[in-house]
Design a binder for this molecule. Structure first.
Ligand SMILES: Nc1nc2c(ncn2[C@@H]2O[C@H](COP(=O)(O)OP(=O)(O)OP(=O)(O)O)[C@@H](O)[C@H]2O)c(=O)[nH]1
Ligand SMILES: [Mg+2]
Length: 407
């Protein structure tokens, strides 16, 4: 998985675009903005980690592929704003299949939910507290699950008869291949078969319910969902939030106010406030410049953040990438003593890699040539030599020694 793609999904009018705008708005420019113009609804958001330059007592770093703001390293991920989803989308209702098509490449989904209950099932505004967000959570999950199911169930009879003639590892490969358009890999299929309790059973005997359970598990594994409990700044939202948490204990839920984050990032960009995304607080820079209304709005945001520990937008991104996708951050350097690249830049690059990646995997991410001639690596923190199969740890700083190093 190179740069993870995070899909923002949800009903209409819940705050998806607000979340997207907030998460992709940054007051500092990045030297190497990688994918600025891939598609109009894809932007760059960032996950946030403590930068190792702080812990190592270095005065600063010189980030190239990422950013460092006051000791916090911001590492880019792709964020996709998807059109609002409504019930029946898998049958083509609303923007239906277009919506689902956009999601094919996503690695993880942020499901934005209007926790204030101020939008009905089709997204029309209603009095806060009158619609139950729990219904939305289940309805959207169902839509995505159903979409997976339909893709596999279509022609299953014939396909599964073919699978039954193959050894099981070939059958697993064939299933993964059939679903590769959904970015499904062999590991996902193996895991989902296990979770669905279908191990050792011929696919031809799974039946409709077996396939349904398998695709439900496959969706959980290949497109896990983080619930963004949005509009938490509306007073009635808190009751809903507590109830939903109680009802859905196995879900990952992050309370947020995307609108507060958007206001703060824009205020920071205009120099009204000092705010590092993901911080639990901010500072008003020149109170005299604010109108009464602006000052009051910021006061309310400050109260919200005090209560919840921040606006939740950065927390949702970090949860999706670090807790759910289980990615780690690794820093390759060329000079193991100075921690620099060959241009003397300190800790220039931060790479996101799946947990379990090795030193050789890192080499391949940095440069294919580097991997080809891989000799050994140095774990910079303890200056020890490690081999190609060394399993990287979060925060590792690694020098790769290769016979085919670039000169
Ligand atoms: N109170 C409050 N309102 C919010 C928040 N986030 C978004 N909103 C409001 O909700 C409304 C819908 O926001 P959008 O971001 O356009 O919602 P969307 O999900 O992208 O809607 P569609 O694109 O139509 O599906 C706007 O009026 C936002 O200002 C929030 O955190 N708190
Ligand atoms: Mg929108």
């Amino acid at each position: 998985m190179p740069t993870p793609l995070v899909g923002v999904i949800g009903k209409t009018n819940v705050g998806k675009s607000t979340f997207f705008a907030a998460a992709t708005e940054l007051s500092v420019e990045i030297e190497n903005r990688p994918f600025v113009t891939i598609e109009p609804n894809i932007g760059i958001a960032y996950v946030r980690k403590r930068c190792p330059h702080v812990e190592l007592g270095l005065p600063k770093c010189d980030p190239v592929n990422s950013l460092c703001i006051r000791g916090w390293r911001f590492i880019p991920v792709k964020l996709m704003d998807v059109a609002g989803l409504i019930k029946g989308a898998h049958r083509g209702r609303g923007l239906g299949n277009k919506f689902l098509d956009d999601l094919r490449k996503a690695d993880v989904l942020l499901h934005v939910v209007d926790m204030s209950g101020s939008t009905d099932e089709d997204g029309n505004p209603v009095k806060p507290g009158t619609h139950d967000p729990l219904e939305d959570i289940l309805a959207i999950e169902d839509e995505v699950n159903e979409w997976f199911f339909q893709i596999l169930w279509n022609g299953w009879d014939r396909f599964s008869r073919g699978l039954d003639t193959m050894p099981s590892d070939k059958a697993i490969e064939a299933i993964a291949k059939r679903l590769s358009g959904l970015s499904i890999r062999k590991e996902h299929v193996i895991e989902a078969i296990k979770l669905a309790g279908l191990e050792g059973r011929k696919p031809g005997s799974w039946g409709r319910e077996g396939v349904r359970e398998f695709t439900r598990r496959l969706r959980e594994v290949a497109k896990p969902i983080v619930i963004v409990a949005n509009k938490m700044d509306v007073p009635v939202a808190e009751d809903n939030y507590r109830r939903v948490r109680e009802e859905l204990k196995d879900r990952v839920i992050v309370p947020t106010s995307a609108l507060s984050e958007l206001i703060l990032r824009r205020a920071a960009k205009s120099g009204y406030v000092d705010y590092v995304p993901g911080d639990p607080e901010f500072k008003v820079l020149e109170p005299g410049r604010l109108s009464k209304k602006q000052a009051r709005a910021l006061e309310l945001i400050a109260e919200f953040m005090k209560k919840w520990g921040g606006t939740g937008v950065q927390q949702a991104l970090n949860t999706a990438v670090f807790d759910v996708l289980r990615m780690i951050v690794v820093y390759p350097v060329e000079d193991a003593n100075k921690l620099t690249d060959r241009n003397g830049r300190v800790l220039p690059d931060a790479h996101l890699l799946p947990e379990g990646s090795t030193a050789l995997d890192l080499a391949a991410v940095v440069h294919t040539e580097l991997a080809k001639g891989f000799l050994y690596a140095i774990n910079v923190r303890d200056k020890r030599r490690v081999g190609a199969s060394y399993v990287l740890k979060d925060g590792d700083i690694i020098k790769i020694v290769s016979a085919t190093a670039r000169h």
